[in-house]
Write a protein of this length. Structure first.
Length: 78
């Protein structure tokens, strides 16, 4: 008799977590806020000796780029 269990796929909780992460990432991209984890992975892969912004610095930089903050002029929509 074989006591091994068959390999099962992702659990319902895991699939829900993955789907909600996808929705959150999509919503952030719609308002011009890229994923911080993707940014960190990119910087570490392409600029290993360069500095990595903190989440707060990253958030502020993306907001300034989108809305024209940081002394770059007034409000910028698109």
């Amino acid at each position: 008799m074989d006591d091994t269990k068959p390999a099962s796929g992702p659990t319902l909780r895991g699939r829900f977590r993955s789907l909600s992460r996808c929705f959150c990432d999509s919503a952030l991209l719609m308002v011009g806020m890229p994923n911080y984890d993707t940014y960190v992975a990119h910087v570490r892969a392409t600029h290993p000796d360069g500095p990595v912004m903190t989440y707060e610095e990253f958030f502020r930089e993306r907001q300034d780029a989108r809305y024209g903050g940081g002394g770059k002029g007034g409000f910028r929509c698109c």
